[in-house]
Design a protein around this ligand. Structure first.
Ligand code: BES
Ligand code: MN
Ligand code: ZN
Length: 528
């Protein structure tokens, strides 16, 4: 949706105009490309480095405007620190930091000369740099009327149009970038969905957007309220019943591993397109943020797009529960009892604890229908997870240590970090109800944990399962080198990495279906 800056890769010797970006390592040691520019400008860069006491620290910059002796309008020297020890995340963040310097004010084109002094910058490093740059380039401008009015007025448009990354092997870098381009498209779609206001994006409109994934080869089924009723998804429907807008569930299937590829991995998302709290109405302050209460679902859609575009050799199911939580004469009331699809009865103590009701039915449905080898759900489920972890980690809950460890590792690789929180029989007691099987709130303490316990009531004992509470990460998250958008797109890169590492091709064949430890399962309630 947002215009992505056109990206290309070129050789180190190709010349350019507009803005040039070159690098220096720790100790302000210029890379060969930077030295070359320094010569052409008769020592302008060395001089600027001296004046500013630039040390080449990672992300630090020196700016030179209108340099003589070249065609460039501006030269930026960017610190690499010690590139020999760079991780995937470091290259990504460096790309983001560089893109952050390039507004387009000094030229619609920028040329980045990516080299190091001794060690090679590999094609993968270049591709990660480029992904970081493109992720940072995102901004949600759809509702800004000014640029639209001035469309065609080139002089007024100051955004960066073209980014050329010069490197040792541009062909190899281009190939390495291909899967990253898919990830970029996935994250962009997720961000667009999360940023979209709720008057524009209700359950039906969200479902329509998910439907566009058919173009990428994903099978998409949109289930109507009538179908959901027939299936018995009464908990999900109860949440949506106060809204004028009908609820939907969307099932997306990517069969990249084919018929012999084995059981799918299932990813489930909370898609509350707006959460007023319902009859247990939220306060006015900050309620607008609840347009992002579908960020879990948005991540699922973005991930499915990324998997399809990069033709991932995995069988994956994406399923999202789409509802609007509104107060009205038809809305559910505190004290209501509903029977979920699984047969579990729920006492609704607080209509603002709606996400777990939506997910409960989706989780049950996906296990019944697809017998997945693992289930992962994402949800902006609780404010409490931000009290516990702030905005640095998403909460991770799992009945399976192997899955939890894999997810934690993928979090470290991508920088989309997770922190595991506990589940257990004592916490499960918090959601026991006097009148029904369970109640939808567990009291003041450990609010994220009792929410997770609620979800686990809809997970079969032998299904490896993980719940990611992304309330602090998916929207209104801290600024980072690769994101300045309100909707961050959290989770797409994380789960793409997890799938790449463990559920695709050769990695998948090694992967075993480990049983969830019984002690943490549903039946363990009786033991306490
Ligand atoms: N969508 C909210 C959680 C949330 C809050 C996400 C702030 C992002 C930012 C969720 O539906 C909710 O309202 N949770 C309640 C649960 C409570 C009523 C048991 C909460 O966290 O206060
Ligand atoms: Mn709520
Ligand atoms: Zn909610």
């Amino acid at each position: 949706m947002t215009d992505q800056t056109a990206l290309s890769f070129a050789s180190m010797t190709a010349t350019g105009d507009g803005v040039a970006v070159v690098f220096a390592e720790e100790g302000a040691k210029l890379t060969p490309a930077a030295q070359d520019l320094d010569k052409k400008t008769k020592g302008l860069l060395s001089k600027a480095i001296q004046i500013t006491a630039f040390k080449g620290k990672k992300g630090a910059t020196v700016d030179v405007l209108a340099p003589q002796g070249t065609k460039f309008t501006r030269i930026v020297v960017v610190g690499l620190g010690k590139p020999a020890s760079f991780t995937q995340e470091d290259w990504l963040n460096l790309g983001g930091a560089v893109r952050g310097q390039l507004t387009g004010r000094e030229g619609a084109t920028a040329h980045v000369y990516l080299d190091a002094i001794k060690d090679d910058v590999t094609p993968t490093d270049v591709a990660n740099f480029a992904l970081g740059a493109q992720l940072r380039g995102y901004s949600f401008k759809k509702y800004k009327s000014k640029p639209r009015k001035k469309a065609g007025d080139a002089a007024n448009d100051r955004s960066l149009k073209k980014l050329v990354v010069h490197c040792a092997d541009p062909r190899a870098a281009g190939q390495a970038y291909a899967p990253n381009r898919a990830i970029l498209d996935g994250v962009t779609l997720t961000r667009d969905l999360v940023n979209e206001p709720a008057n524009v994006l209700g359950p039906a409109e969200f479902a329509q957007r998910a439907k566009t994934l058919t173009k990428a080869g994903v099978q998409v089924e949109v289930m109507s309220e009538a179908t959901l009723k027939r299936l018995g998804m009464r908990a999900l429907l109860a949440v949506g019943q106060g809204s004028e807008r009908p609820s939907h569930v969307v099932v997306m299937q990517w069969k990249g591993a084919g018929a012999k590829g084995g059981a799918p991995i299932a990813i489930v998302g909370k898609g509350v397109t707006f959460d007023t709290g319902g009859i247990s109405l939220k306060g006015a302050a900050g309620m607008e943020e609840m347009k992002g209460d579908m960020a879990g679902a948005a991540c699922v859609v973005g991930l499915m797009l990324a998997l399809a575009e990069r033709k991932a050799k995995v069988n994956a199911i994406g399923i999202v529960g789409l509802v609007e939580n509104m107060p009205s004469g038809d809305a559910q009331r505190p004290g209501d009892v509903v029977e979920a699809m699984s047969g579990t009865t729920i006492e609704v103590l607080n209509t603002d604890a709606e996400g777990r009701m939506v997910l409960g039915d989706c989780l049950w449905y996906v296990q019944e229908k697809f017998k997945p080898q693992a289930v992962i759900n994402l949800a902006t489920l609780t404010g409490a997870v931000m009290v516990a972890l702030g905005k640095e980690h998403a909460g991770l809950f799992s009945n399976n240590d192997e899955l939890a460890e894999r997810l934690t590792a993928a979090g470290k690789e991508t920088g989309e970090k997770l922190w595991r929180l506990p589940l257990g029989p004592k916490y499960d007691k918090l959601i026991e109800s006097k009148v029904a099987d369970i109640k939808n709130t567990g009291g003041r303490w450990g609010g994220s944990i009792s929410a997770a316990q609620f979800l686990q009531r809809f997970i079969k004992d032998d299904t490896p399962w993980a719940h990611l509470d992304v309330a602090g990460m998916a929207m209104s998250s801290n600024d980072s080198d690769i994101n300045r958008s309100w909707g961050s797109g959290f989770g797409v890169r994380l789960l793409d990495q997890l799938i790449k590492d463990h559920y695709e091709g050769a990695a998948a064949r090694k992967s075993t279906k480990a049983a969830a430890p019984k002690s943490r399962g549903r039946k363990s309630r009786a033991k306490t």
